[in-house]
Design a binder for this molecule. Sequence first.
Ligand code: TXA
Ligand code: MG
Length: 316
Amino acid sequence: MEPDLKQIERACALLDQGEIVAIPTETVYGLAADARNGEAVAKVFEAKGRPQFNPLIVHVSDRKMAEAVGIFDPISARLADRFWPGPLSIVLPLRPDHQIHPLVSAGLPTIAIRMPLGASVKVIEMLGRPIAAPSANRSGRISATSAQAVRDELGDRIAYVLEGGKTSVGVESTIVKVEGDQVRLLRQGGVTQEEIENLLGLKMILPEKAGAIIEAPGMLASHYAPDAAVRINALSVGQGEALLAFGPDQPELYAQAKAMLNLSPTGCLREAAANLYAYMQELDRSGAATIAIMPIPAQGLGLAINDRLERAAAPR
Ligand code: TXA
Ligand code: MG
């Protein structure tokens, strides 16, 4: 069941406006957002109800779009030549001028990219820029392989489900990462280990458990920490501290800060999530020894924001 042009146009228009849309790929349905739009990407985490920000896969419609985002080494290029479009995601270093919102890569210097098959490619082609899309299920639940499964999971939380019938592969994409002359298998999926090893004539480095889904790198306490120390739940600003504020402006508090940015003056968690990584980085560049961060409500997207902040504040 292929969606018609009208339906593809509708999905594309909604994505263009910063809405989130479920779209069929050959593996599972993805919950898609414009990968350059931080608030749209924040909506994805909100809809999934995930209490952490894990990095998302960026989906492209052609090789040129992929090369504008990631830096291909020769082995990754061979994998893409052979398996794209198809169920293989390749983790690559981000290009300096990549334009992907930092929430997509969870602040990592790398990005997982894939070129899917089916209606999703038509949507990306029409949009003209990459989409970020995790599987279209609520956090901790199994992936959706039909439009009905998506509606059962997320129906009231998303703008539109692009109907594309049952997905043909039914399991998620395989994820690999080239490390020097070795290839690490990060997740088993639609392209088999054997197919990859036969093509490259090498043995991959395997995950601990066969079939295990690796913990997202975003889960590691050390993965994103600024150079500055981080103090969370701050109600005051100390000597020489930079302040990451949240909520209504407090000029008397800001006056004491070496630098100040407000994640969301209106207290919008979606806006705060979209600003989080860039603001942390900018305050870090101010040269302050410590970034003091005001309390963020522990609800909805606030859970993922707090998870990230607690990791950044963890002893190093
Ligand atoms: O088949 C699929 O891959 C589906 C469809 C929608 O394309 N998508 C999917 O996305 O399964 P998601 O978000 O459920 O899984 C993405 C996985 C995460 O487990 C994450 O750890 C890994 O990709 N990942 C993303 N970026 C990464 C990176 N830079 N380094 C290592 N792993 C990464
Ligand atoms: Mg998933």
